[in-house]
Design a protein. Structure first.
Length: 38
């Protein structure tokens, strides 16, 4: 995955979080993507 792909995925996850009550799965996904930036 390149930086642009990661940004698109993160934006999609953020939209999911805004449209819902932030299920644990979304929080887990954010943690996974945050680790990709290392």
């Amino acid at each position: 995955m390149n930086q642009q792909d990661i940004e698109q995925v993160v934006k999609a996850v953020l939209l999911k979080m805004q449209s819902s009550d932030t299920p644990p799965a979304a929080v887990h996904e954010m943690g996974v993507f945050a680790s990709l930036d290392d």
